[in-house]
Design a protein around this ligand. Structure first.
Ligand code: ACO
Ligand code: ZN
Length: 164
């Protein structure tokens, strides 16, 4: 096999408790929004079908974690719906641009719909985060709102959503 082909290979599976230390390390390396072990663990225990990791040669390269919420639709503000909230997604720099985040997100969206019965998904993203914005747009998310000074450093967030 050619080495460039080998580099494309990754596997996606549901996370286990044993994966959390590595997931937390990736989160810290890739994002300023970090969480406690207790937070990761409670998301995993409550929503295991949408807490996914991608592995390359047995090493965790990226993760996604989501939560199910009841709230007003991002498209029709008068109707209460089950919403899938994408809390965090990240891929280590050396494994980027090979479709890992796209696969993590599309698999998580499928599980939000099919396993948890969500009708929409939404997330917040820094308005300057063009790689993530491009990813979300590619997967059908649109900007539904700007949350001013959403982040602790004062940056605004786009709230992006899509129907499932
Ligand atoms: N520039 C432009 N478009 C991009 C980029 C980029 N740097 N990265 C991804 N995209 C778009 C492209 O359309 C790409 O398709 P293509 O490669 O065929 O052109 C598509 O997204 C899918 O890209 P993937 O390869 O699946 O994305 P990757 O695995 O590289 O991960 C991610 C993208 C997660 C945004 C990564 O850059 C990362 O970890 N960044 C730091 C952490 C972060 O910002 N996470 C999101 C915060 S918001 C939240 O968590 C809800
Ligand atoms: Zn959020």
């Amino acid at each position: 096999m050619e080495s460039y082909e080998k580099e494309q290979m990754f596997q996606v599976r549901e996370a286990s408790l044993d994966d959390l230390p590595q997931v937390m390390m990736i989160n810290r390396l890739c994002l300023p929004e970090n969480y406690t072990y207790f937070f990761f663990e409670s998301i995993l225990r409550n929503y295991p079908r949408t807490f996914l990791i991608a592995e390359v040669d047995g090493k965790i390269a990226g993760y996604i974690m989501c939560r199910v919420e009841r709230g007003f639709s991002k498209f029709d503000r008068l109707s209460l719906k089950k919403l899938g909230h994408v809390i965090s997604i990240a891929v280590l720099p050396e494994y980027r641009r090979r479709g890992i985040a796209k696969t993590l997100l599309s698999n998580a969206l499928k599980a939000l719909k099919e396993h948890y019965g969500c009708e929409e998904a939404y997330l917040e993203v820094r308005i300057s985060n063009s790689p993530a914005l491009a990813l979300y747009q590619k997967l059908g998310f649109t900007i539904v709102k700007v949350s001013r000074r959403y982040y602790i450093d004062g940056e605004d967030a786009y709230v992006m959503a899509r129907k499932l």
